[in-house]
Ligand binder design. Sequence first.
Ligand SMILES: [Fe+2]
Length: 168
Amino acid sequence: MIDITKLTELAVAYDAGDPRRVQHFLKVYAFCRLIGQREGLDAQTQNTLEAAAILHDIGIHEAERKHGSSAGQWQEAEGPAVAAPLLEQVGADPAARERILWLIAHHHTYAASEDTDFRILVEADFLVNAYEDALPPDACRTAEERLFRTRTGRMLLQKLYLSPPYQP
Ligand SMILES: [Fe+2]
């Protein structure tokens, strides 16, 4: 099993000076952890999902350096090469490593797979981006129909963004 705490420390060190990225992946990790546990993932799949959540956007700095853009396609292209040595440092086994790199390389390609770990990563990333990008309710409703698959992901989307706004 991958030591998620150690991997998190490595990812924070890699993103040093960029608190926005650190806060983003920590939130995506928390949602992946919650959704995965509630959806009953086996321990191994849960572990690789959590590692993928920590590393899913790790290609952004390279994408910005090489392509002048953090667009999804460049993140997907650059992420695996950055993630691989970090996974090596935490002793990821070959199967886990391969799965995590695949998840990183496809997390913006929403039709890439119906596998539950992949769907959860997409849902968790959306739940965080919806807040960070202040998406309107209509965009969340469209995502609920087209993007979301898990009961827990849909529940969270409803509670966070499709419920009557909190009034103090
Ligand atoms: Fe993300």
